[in-house]
Ligand binder design. Structure first.
Ligand code: KIV
Ligand code: ZN
Length: 502
């Protein structure tokens, strides 16, 4: 396959996707997603918008340390403060990119910046030149390019490439374009920007009219070689182009000759991870990864699929990591079945202590009828950090009494560096009582300033996941715990933070 048809995948789940209200992730969660994106084979991870908040800044720093293969990219507006912050946040990245830009449509120039085309063009050039002082890899975005005048857009793109931009992003910020219009825009730039061979054209489409994927492909057909997308298509309003759709279009229509570095077998796993972490359910009929995407319900279709799968399936579910056989995991399943599912989800079994995971699996399986992929991923995550013997602090007993009209009380026994200590306390609920009991033992100034409980799939038999952020001596620490019991999950998360502090 020729390299001129290599399409680079730029993932913005952790920036455009994470901007969606309710989808915010903690730094620890972002690192988990970033590592999975690396394993999936994306070329670029847009890790955040560092100037926007200290949390976003820190996430870019930590992702830069945790991930080494993909380019780590940070977003800025076209000003020196934003660019300084991005460069600082990217300091640990092995391969780094600054993504700077400004509005290119007359609408944005007039009503967002109260400016003129000439002034905005100058600001674009200045921003690229300034960013080039820090890094060689500069992506420029011409915001609202979908509605921009093509002639002016071409002038701007030519000027920023001359100033040092190596990738030029042509966003359809408002999801306005039709595929022919968007494709024609990319072709216009290919034909009219004299130095276009010095940069890669990137396409960034929003889904307001349900055309994000079609527009992205129209861009590729006309010369774009980077696609910007998110897992499950999450993103502002109706979302961004979904990574799994563009990757599988190119894989299914391989005769077109386009190819990416995506390992499609990891799509289902990361889709589940993002769905549960971002609390953004995937619609059942979503292409590629919706739960009905491979479910045949009518008798005629079932009969057709049983005779010959390809009668009604253009994709093999196994190609995107969805099991075609259904070995259902229950409390009666053995290590072999567990191993099969973990391998299918992409875990490297050589690096996993199967006995230890199996033991934890049985605890959850005893309380649930069936174990889902999401449950398994929870088991494999940081999960219950207190299960590991090498932790300095471990819970050896947790007992709570609560009800209506009972006063919530908790007794907790901790093993701290081998020594057991016990305390009891009351609280305004069972979690508060248990945390007060831990404070009786620890006697330190620790303040919980973020506490999220989330059920993995819904239903009272479900596994709950707790994320916590605590402050100690002005420093933030993140903890994570899961259990079918929400008090247990909360205390595991809290102990996880204590183990990070001490
Ligand atoms: O949609 C958009 O225009 C963007 C830019 C900031 C790249 O997300
Ligand atoms: Zn966007």
């Amino acid at each position: 396959m020729s390299d001129k048809n290599r399409v680079y995948v730029f993932d913005t789940t952790l920036r455009d996707g994470e901007q969606v209200p309710g989808c915010q992730l903690t730094t620890v969660e972002k690192i988990t997603v970033a590592k999975e994106l690396e394993a999936l084979g994306v070329d670029v991870i847009e890790a955040g918008f560092p100037i926007s908040s200290p949390g976003d800044f820190q996430s870019v720093v930590e992702i830069s340390k945790a991930v080494s293969e993909p380019v780590i990219c940070a977003l800025t507006r076209a000003n020196t403060k934003d660019i300084d912050a991005a460069a600082e946040a990217l300091r640990f990245a092995k391969r780094k990119r600054i993504h700077t830009g400004i509005g290119a449509s007359d609408m944005h120039i007039k009503y967002k910046f109260n400016s003129t085309r000439e002034e905005i063009l100058q600001r674009a050039v200045d921003a690229v030149k300034y960013a080039r002082r820090y890094v060689d890899d500069i992506e420029f975005y011409a915001e609202d390019a979908g509605r921009a005048d093509n002639e002016y857009l071409a002038q701007m793109i030519q000027a920023v490439i001359a100033a040092g931009a190596t990738v030029v992003n042509i966003p359809d910020t408002n999801g306005y374009c039709l595929p022919e219009q968007y494709g024609a825009k990319i072709k216009y730039l290919m034909d009219h920007v004299s130095n276009i061979d010095k940069a890669i054209i990137s396409v960034h489409c929003h889904n307001d009219l349900g055309l994000a994927t079609a527009n992205t492909m129209a861009g590729v057909f006309n010369g774009a070689r980077q696609v910007e997308c998110t897992i499950n298509g999450i993103g502002e309003r109706a979302g961004n182009t979904s990574l799994e759709e563009v990757a599988m279009i190119m894989q299914t229509h391989h005769a077109l000759g386009y190819h990416t570095g995506i390992n499609s077998k990891r799509i289902y796993g990361i889709s589940n991870l993002v769905e549960t972490m971002m609390r953004m359910p995937v619609q059942a009929n979503k292409a590629i990864i919706g739960r009905n995407a491979f479910a045949h319900s009518s008798g005629i279709h079932q009969d057709g699929v049983l005779k010959h799968r390809e009668n009604y399936e253009i994709l093999n579910p196994e190609d995107v990591g969805i099991p075609s056989n259904s070995i259902i995991l229950t409390a009666r399943s053995g290590r072999h079945a567990l191993k099969h599912h973990l391998e299918r989800l992409g875990y490297n079994i050589d690096k996993v202590n199967l006995d230890e995971v199996y033991h934890r699996f049985l605890v959850v399986a005893d309380q649930k009828k069936e174990i889902s992929d999401a449950d398994l991923m929870e088991l494999m995550g940081d999960g219950d950090a207190t299960n590991y013997d090498d932790k300095a602090i471990k819970v050896t007993l947790l007992q709570v009494v609560c009800g209506d009209p009972l006063r919530p009380m908790a007794t907790v026994k901790l093993r701290i560096n081998g020594e057991e200590k016990e305390a009891s306390a009351a609280g305004n609920g069972p979690v508060d009582a248990a945390i007060n009991a831990i404070h009786e033992i620890i006697k330190d100034d620790i303040h919980i300033d973020e506490f999220n409980i989330q059920s993995m799939r819904g239903g009272s038999k479900d596994v709950s996941k707790v994320n916590m952020r605590v402050k100690h001596n002005g420093q933030s620490y993140y903890g994570y715990g899961y259990s079918t019991d929400i008090v247990n999950a909360s205390i595991h998360a809290y102990i996880d933070t204590l183990n990070k502090i001490y």
